[in-house]
Design a protein around this ligand. Structure first.
Ligand code: HEM
Length: 323
């Protein structure tokens, strides 16, 4: 839920639902995002990562914009695979993603237009899968029933729109911050390249230290938190990066310690709305770390990165030079 929008005219499913409706949707969606389901995407994810990185590694001069050349394209391609959508639609998806999530204020009218286009696109895909099911998330979703009745078309659309927003930009942003850190901390980068077995722990630490999501909640009753009075109906922002750098929870919280033990961070949230795509996100990130550092072990900043801040924090550009 957006902190800026206490009574939104839209409904992101399952993010904006409460139990018991939320629980029903999570039960339907969970098998599609389980470790086993996600593992089935691993080979294709790896081959997408490898082909993107090989193309970058072969460049002369040896420079790239990590965000636009890799971090945006890679998760979007896997998202298309997950939903059984043609990879040729990648460019269109990237344009919509930019308009919905990152359009500058002057172009905000394009946001609504792009949301309409995404909904129009999914309307056609849902109709097509009803006629001819395939082995993908949307084909499964059109067979779901809630209380014995098929899920309304509008709800399926709201779910697709939420998956679109939750699944693309987050991995992009998380990879961008991680690679910014590694491009500017030679020792950490060298540790990863020398010992790829460190990658899973290093990834968790970078998730902790650079948490990008800022969830929001609406208060259901008056409350007082550490002397701060809040009223029912107020919106509160929960910046997970603050929690994850809390010195009371993590020793040397401001330091990145790649082999940190005891790292129970909140980068994927907590409670009933905990990230549904966490296994997928971890898989995508691990593969990107492994394949990138095998092919491009030495890289540095080629210019200043640019950041953006919204419901999800992220980088717009990360210019890199490599050898
Ligand atoms: C590194 C990448 C990611 C991060 C850091 C992240 C983080 C989060 C966080 C913090 C939440 C909780 C929001 C809240 O409490 O309101 C969340 C929810 C969610 N995420 Fe992710 N996410 C990532 C990737 C993904 C991916 C790849 C997908 C799926 C394609 C996904 C799907 C979802 C969904 C559906 C929810 C809503 C769950 C619910 O409301 O029950 N996420 N994510």
């Amino acid at each position: 839920m957006s902190v800026l929008d206490p009574d939104p005219p839209y409904r992101w499913i399952p993010e904006m639902l409460d139990p018991p409706e939320h629980t029903i949707w999570r039960r339907l969606l969970a098998p599609l995002f389980s470790p086993a389901a996600v593992a089935r995407l691993a080979d294709r994810a790896r081959s997408h990562a490898v082909s993107l990185i090989d193309e970058i590694a072969a460049r002369d001069p040896r420079t790239c914009d990590f965000v636009t050349d890799f971090a945006r394209v890679y998760p979007t391609t896997i998202f298309l695979e997950l939903l059984g959508l043609p990879v040729e639609d990648l460019g269109t998806f990237l344009t919509w993603e930019h308009a919905i999530l990152h359009a500058p204020p002057a172009e905000r009218a394009n946001r609504v237009q792009a949301m309409g286009q995404v909904i129009g696109y999914f309307t056609e895909v849902i109709a097509a899968r009803r006629g001819k099911p395939e082995n993908d998330l949307i084909s499964a979703a059109v067979t779901w029933k809630i209380d014995g009745r098929p899920v309304p078309e509008r709800d399926l659309m709201d779910m697709c729109l939420l998956l679109f927003m939750a699944g693309l930009d987050t991995v992009t942003a998380q990879l961008s911050y991680a690679f910014w850190h590694l491009a500017t901390h030679d020792e950490d980068r060298e540790k990863i390249t020398a010992d790829p077995a460190l990658i899973p722990d290093a990834m968790e630490e970078l998730l902790r230290a650079y948490s990008i999501v800022q969830p929001a909640r609406k208060l259901t009753r008056d409350a007082d938190v550490h002397g701060c009075p809040m009223k029912a109906g107020d919106m509160v922002l929960l910046p997970l990066n603050q929690a994850n750098r809390d010195p009371a929870a993590f020793p040397d919280a401001a330091q990145v310690i790649l082999d940190r033990t005891q790292n129970r961070h909140l980068a994927f949230g907590v409670g009933p709305h905990r990230c549904l795509g966490a296994h997928l996100a971890r898989l995508e990130m691990r593969i990107a770390f492994e394949e990138w550092h095998t092919r491009i072990p030495h890289y540095h900043l080629a210019g200043p990165p640019t950041e953006h801040a919204d419901l999800v924090l992220g980088l717009t550009h990360l210019p890199l030079t490599f050898s």
